[in-house]
Write a protein that binds this ligand. Structure first.
Ligand SMILES: Cc1ncc(COP(=O)(O)O)c(C=O)c1O
Length: 407
């Protein structure tokens, strides 16, 4: 029997209700918390009041820094809300240019270009710079924006080869590189892409060894350092600096302005000028979407300036991270080891992670629990994130609450 137009629309509404009901009944429905003030070491949540915030990426505590705020205010006063246009038509303000030069200098590379998010940056990079004769090789635990960017690329540029290697497994990466070099279809570039700091594990990509493998097989190395920038390395340049590498040893670095670098929003690609020029000429998010809001550009620029002038923030973050990892262990929980500001406590069961997160919040400590499908089945976790803004008593509050959960 033919379905009517109304039946089809009803089918959608029914399906949406079923999915939401399933999420609710299996404890997977996300509830957005309402924050009633700025992001900082503590925040005010609707229904909960003031709580210690241990789930923001405000790694350097710059999101509510007076100079970062003021830079945004000054920009809106000088430029208004925006240009109401994409950048290549009439949408670029001086603060965009200033920020992009600042990013290029920060990484020691030729050029940088900003986007409204790092998601957008990743989705600009691969579809624009890769061609059908290329191959992209990606870590299995790369961020969703990389996974989707690679899928988009292989969909719109037919012929591009794709391979996924086991997480941080350099033998598997080499197997995939060797296969790409031996593939007659792959006559163009080979791209290897990885997160610098993996967002759910908090572990690091071994960039020196990856660089060596890329050089051996003539591949380009792309690193999304959204969680490493401002966190890793003595001067906060990121994961490459942690390993004693220069920014220019990575072919393209992508990152976000929505974490350590002010926390507003926005993303960027930094690398060789010819690559950035191609993105300006051909990137679809560049050609068909508005610029980063000028207030964010100015705030992010100020955040990077503060980061560069105050390396003690990174030291403070590192001290807090070491203290937090020890305190969590002393409270009787296993925390994945690494020098990053992401401290996952593996509790295995999704319902347990969610229940623990809820209990912690009731006790005044805000830590998010992640379960399947965000992380693999059986690896549910609480993800504790540390900031330079935390004082010891904020971390002690976490340890005390964890101990109560243990008892
Ligand atoms: C590794 C990584 N890449 C990209 C993103 C997306 O960043 P944005 O919020 O700027 O789109 C994130 C954010 O969670 C991330 O962790």
């Amino acid at each position: 029997m033919m379905t009517t137009a109304t039946d089809r629309a009803d089918a959608f509404h029914r399906r949406a209700d079923e999915i939401l009901a399933h999420l609710e009944s299996t404890g997977q429905l996300k509830h957005l918390q309402m924050i009633e003030g700025p992001m900082d070491a503590t925040i005010t949540l609707r229904d909960y009041g003031e709580v210690v915030c241990l789930c923001s990426n405000n790694y350097l505590g710059l999101a509510n820094h007076p100079e970062v705020r003021q830079a945004g205010i000054d920009a809106i006063e000088q430029y208004g809300a925006g240009t109401a246009s994409v950048r290549f038509i009439c949408g670029t303000f001086t603060p965009h240019e200033t920020l992009e030069q600042r990013l290029a200098d920060f990484y020691g590379v030729e050029a940088a270009y900003t986007f409204t998010s790092c998601w957008n940056a990743n989705e600009a990079l691969f579809p624009t710079l890769c061609e059908p004769e290329d191959c992209i090789i990606s870590d299995e635990l790369n961020h969703a924006s990389i996974i989707d960017a690679v899928r988009l690329t292989t969909t719109i540029k037919k012929g591009i080869r794709k391979a996924v290697y086991k997480h941080n497994d350099l033998n598997d990466l080499e197997t995939k590189l060797r296969a790409a070099r031996g593939d007659e279809q792959v006559t163009g570039a080979i791209w290897v892409v990885t997160d610098g700091v993996f967002s759910m594990e908090g572990d690091l990509a071994d960039l020196p060894k990856m660089r060596a493998l890329c050089d051996k097989y003539g591949a380009l190395l792309v690193v999304d350092d959204s969680h490493g920038t401002g966190v890793m390395g003595d001067t906060g340049r990121g994961t490459h600096e942690h390993f004693g590498m220069k920014g220019s040893q990575i072919d393209f670095i992508t990152g976000t302005l929505g974490k350590a670098l002010g926390g507003g929003a926005g993303g960027y690609i930094a690398g060789p000028k010819r690559g950035i020029d191609l993105l300006v000429q051909r990137g679809r998010p560049t050609l068909f979407s508005n610029a980063l809001p000028v207030t964010v550009a100015a705030s992010a620029d100020k955040a990077i300036e503060i980061l560069m002038n105050e390396p003690q923030r990174m030291q403070r973050l590192r001290d807090n991270v070491a203290h937090a990892r020890q305190g969590i262990k002393d409270a009787g929980f296993d925390v994945l080891d690494s020098p990053t500001a992401i401290c996952p406590i593996i509790v295995h069961d999704t319902a347990r992670a969610i229940a623990m997160s809820k209990r912690l919040l009731e006790m005044g400590v805000f830590v998010i629990g992640f379960g399947y499908p965000v992380v693999p089945e059986g690896e549910a976790r609480l993800r504790v994130q540390i900031s330079a803004a935390h004082e010891r008593h904020h971390l002690d509050a976490l340890f005390n609450c964890l101990k109560k959960l243990r008892n």
